[in-house]
Design a protein around this ligand. Structure first.
Ligand code: NAD
Length: 328
């Protein structure tokens, strides 16, 4: 039996493929390489193609004995989604529709979905619970919620069980040093801070230092990418045991402020990393942290690499070794 990882050449997908291989799973990967990197795929059988090409996808299911899918393939830039929502509906929602239809044609009944805490929008409370209201404030989050809802109806009609994992910021790199984060454009805080330490940027911008948080800067939730990979694999295990469809948050429970992240990056890199305070950005909540109590009790998941030093040190090792990212 093989696990199909869509988007397996991307950042979180490639770390999940590495972890699946370490655990002795047979792995099949589908990635268009529109964002991902061939070099990031450490093993398994890679098919280069687009999810929306159903003939291509059908062939992947015909040629392999797939019993579960982990679905990462999506467009995921919030800013871009507000300028070009059509791209997000087409790639994310229509892409997922094609995937579910082909799974159904091939009687594959398990899917673990990489969702996002952006499905909640402005939080009702912190830490956020799975039962909280979902009211996305951007098109990206809205398409992820639509994908979750689609899975619910495919479960009702066709018995395809799904586990949807909602999280905020993936961070860090594989501690073996061979794979890491290489997004273009890069929009995530930790790699941007490390670009300053690498001499690729003059400073880091801090958007607002007058929020109602202990040091005035926004608090966000960061999870090591290998801990995320572990959660996705545990979710596959849960479905293989007959677990029912369910939504889980993945969070570190406490969050870190932007100033804390910068300070720890200074310690890890030994670089002064100058910071410049700029005005708040519209729509940035003071604190975004997810509760992962449900994942702890039902999946037995807890982040193992939850110290920010460790997360940043693993990212720094990767960025120092590969300052320009992958070769492709
Ligand atoms: P990524 O861009 O590095 O990986 C996505 C991969 O999917 C890329 O390799 C891309 O080429 C591929 N892909 C996209 N559309 C495709 C299609 N139609 N057909 C085939 N392949 C396609 O992104 P990432 O940071 O690894 O994120 C992976 C998933 O996790 C996304 O779905 C994202 O919404 C979700 N997520 C990410 C974060 C984060 O902090 N990075 C947080 C929450 C949720």
């Amino acid at each position: 039996m093989a696990v199909l990882v869509t988007g397996g050449a991307g950042y979180i997908g490639s770390h999940t493929v590495a972890e699946l291989l370490e655990r002795g799973e047979e792995v099949v990967i589908v990635d268009s390489l529109q964002q991902g990197h061939r070099e990031a795929v450490l093993g398994g059988k890679l098919y280069v193609g687009d999810l929306r090409d159903k003939a291509f996808l059908g062939k992947v299911f015909e040629e392999n004995d797939i019993d579960a899918v982990i679905h990462f393939a999506a467009s995921s830039l919030v800013g871009e989604s507000m300028k070009d929502p059509g791209k997000y509906y087409h790639n994310n929602v229509y892409g997922t529709l094609c995937l579910l239809e082909v799974m159904n044609e091939h009687q594959v009944k398990r899917i673990v979905f990489s969702s996002t805490a952006a499905t909640y929008g402005e939080p009702e409370q912190v830490p956020i619970l799975e039962t909280d209201r979902t009211l996305p404030t951007n098109a990206y989050g809205e398409t992820k919620l639509a994908m979750e809802n689609m899975m619910k109806w495919f479960d009702t009609a066709h018995g395809i069980q799904y586990i949807s994992l909602r999280y905020f910021n993936a961070a860090g790199a594989h501690e073996g040093g061979r794979i890491g984060e290489d997004h273009d454009p890069e929009t995530h805080l930790i790699p941007i801070i490390l670009q300053v330490a690498l001499g690729k940027r003059a400073h880091i911008s801090v958007f607002g230092d007058d929020y109602a948080t202990p040091d005035g800067t926004c608090i966000r939730d960061y999870i090591h990418v290998t801990d995320l990979a572990d959660a996705h694999i545990r979710a596959v295990g849960k479905l293989r045991e007959g677990g029912a469809s369910r939504v889980y948050n993945l969070g570190n429970g406490k969050g870190f402020s932007v100033n804390e992240v910068i300070e720890i990056a200074r310690r890890v890199t030994g670089h002064p990393i100058p910071a410049v305070i700029e005005p708040r950005r519209a729509g940035d909540p003071a604190s975004l942290v997810a509760s992962s109590e449900r994942a702890r009790t039902e999946l037995g998941w807890a982040p193992q690499r939850d110290s920010l030093e460790r997360i940043i040190a693993s990212a720094w090792a990767w960025h120092q070794a590969r300052p320009d990212g992958y070769n492709d």
